[in-house]
Design a protein around this ligand. Sequence first.
Ligand SMILES: Cc1cc2nc3c(=O)[nH]c(=O)nc-3n(C[C@H](O)[C@H](O)[C@H](O)COP(=O)(O)O)c2cc1C
Length: 215
Amino acid sequence: METLLVINSSGRRTRSITRRLTSRFIEQWRSAHPDGEVIERDVTATPPPVVTENWVAGAFSDPASHTAEHRAALAPSDEIIAEVKRADAIVIGSPIYNFGMPAQLKAWIDQLVRAGVTFGFDPSQDPAYQPLLESKPVTVIVSAGDGAMHPGGALWPMNHFEPHLQTVLGFIGLPDIEFIRVGYDEYQDERLKNSLATAEQRVAERATASSPAVC
Ligand SMILES: Cc1cc2nc3c(=O)[nH]c(=O)nc-3n(C[C@H](O)[C@H](O)[C@H](O)COP(=O)(O)O)c2cc1C
């Protein structure tokens, strides 16, 4: 049985472009995988906690020495990592907020990236860092108010969303990422309509692809 993990992070509950596209992805993926399982995590409705003193102390010490406080601080991380490991494919829906990812998605990333669990650190090796997750396809559905923020656009140098996500997911072993982009939400013109239509088409192809290497 295939498992699809879907992360939604838009602050908007209704009118969200990325939520609409992740819903379409799920619908189409379900029709192609009738026996499949979909795990949905809404990091806006239930934001992962931020990293704290107990989290850091627990994450960088021997689990055998953990206190109840360490275990409690790391519990959301354990859950988030288990979902990512269980998934055969991952979809992330996210707006660009202030040139990067929304804080709630960053909180999810901060729970997911963990020494000794999703990446290894050995100062005697070169490189010292090793990704520990098994690679699987990741689809990032991203919407921006200004489409010029996307690759090739005049505002691309201001886009820290894509390079950040690509770097951090690659760091833990998830380098296989396709970005499906929508732009010009702020302009509400033909360019928005066109980018939405292209994104919908690509979502359908990606969600129903028969190759297990894709989804
Ligand atoms: C707090 C906030 C910050 C934003 N920052 C940017 C930005 O830096 N660049 C941009 O192009 N659009 C920005 N936008 C516009 C959103 O990226 C755009 O409306 C997107 O479609 C929202 O995704 P959603 O429709 O899934 O909610 C911002 C919107 C909000 C609410």
